[in-house]
Design a protein around this ligand. Structure first.
Ligand code: ASP
Length: 315
């Protein structure tokens, strides 16, 4: 028997208790709680896992404190290029979008691509034309402007660095400029169907239309009713090399490992071996959730039927 379950993340990185203020922490906890409840409400009302993960991710994309949607980081050219993907564990259907600008909720575009096209992954201008044709909401550049992101970008420009939210520790001592992560959600619904979704602004000061793991099915996102649904956050290049999300599924399917054990091996052994910093959240076919990371912290929350509820930031 499976149970209703939802887990979310708001990115992993150098999130230190010593550098957090009570006010900031309260803002993050509230944002995580809102997203968790938005997703869980869908499950509670008998909705599909897929709709639950989309609801949770939309809530996180609309929050300026996470690196997705409204809070997306600046590219080298001073734009915001966003990536997102989602996968339905029941059918294996998936949708994804890479390098889009001005789209209010990239996860809704990924869902629309899944539902209304014969493709899985669309990118750039073409994806934006698709969004226009399908009535997705656009915003202007001002919507995506946030002071903390702008400062973060200016600093990266000066240092000529491309920053992950995860590797800016040595040069960055302003809390506002750090550790705002990619967002994601995984869910198990009343029918035992699983789904996963991930959305990101990628890396600060990124060039050349760089794309990470988040829009890649099997790397940043994966769902299969037989095993698990997972969403990743961290150093995208390493997660691509590790085919991280699909590897969690493989360890469960071929080796019969539990979700917890599969996540531990991928995050704390395989990714660490290639210096891949980050974390993964997952839910298994019984509705058990797990959230594992090898960085200092990961914004995360989970709720399972039967009373389990957790909102956490640090190790
Ligand atoms: N994985 C994302 C990327 O590489 C970044 C993150 O998770 O913060 O684009």
């Amino acid at each position: 028997m499976s149970k209703l379950a939802l887990a979310i993340h708001g990115g992993a990185g150098t999130i230190l208790r010593s550098q957090m203020t009570p006010d900031k922490e309260a803002i993050y906890r509230k944002a995580l709680e809102d997203a968790l409840e938005a997703g869980y409400k869908v499950l509670h009302e008998g909705g599909a896992a897929l709709d639950a993960v989309v609801a949770a991710v939309v809530s996180l994309e609309d929050c300026e404190w996470f690196n997705a949607g409204k809070g997306s980081v600046f590219t080298h050219q001073g734009h915001h290029e966003m990536d997102a993907s989602l996968m339905d564990g029941q059918t294996g259907r998936a949708g994804a979008v890479a390098g889009v600008r001005l789209i209010k909720n990239p996860i809704l575009l990924a869902q629309s691509i899944m539902d209304h096209s014969e493709h899985i992954l669309l990118s750039g201008e073409g994806a934006m034309a698709f969004a226009q044709e399908h009535g997705l909401a656009f915003e202007d550049d001002a919507y995506f402007y946030t002071t903390h992101r702008y400062k973060q970008w200016q600093k990266a420009l000066l240092e000529d660095r491309t920053l992950l939210d995860h590797d800016d520790r040595e040069t960055d001592n302003d809390l506002d400029e750090k550790k705002f992560g990619t967002v994601g959600a995984v869910a198990c619904d009343v029918h035992g169907h699983l789904a996963a979704a991930t959305s990101t602004g990628g890396m600060t000061n990124k060039k050349y239309n760089r794309i990470g793991d988040s829009p890649l099915i099997g790397c940043g996102t994966y769902a299969n009713n037989r095993t698990c649904a997972v969403s990743c956050t961290g150093h995208g290049e390493k997660f691509i090399q590790a085919v991280a999300a699909y590897d969690v599924h493989c360890l469960m399917e071929y080796k019969g490992l539990s979700l917890q054990e599969a996540l531990r091996i991928v995050v704390n052994e395989k990714l660490l071996r290639i210096r891949g910093e980050g974390g993964i959240i997952g839910v298994d076919a019984c509705g058990n959730t797990a959230m594992i990371f090898n960085s200092e912290g990961m914004y995360r929350a989970r709720k399972e039927a039967g009373g389990v509820k957790e909102i956490a930031i640090y190790k």
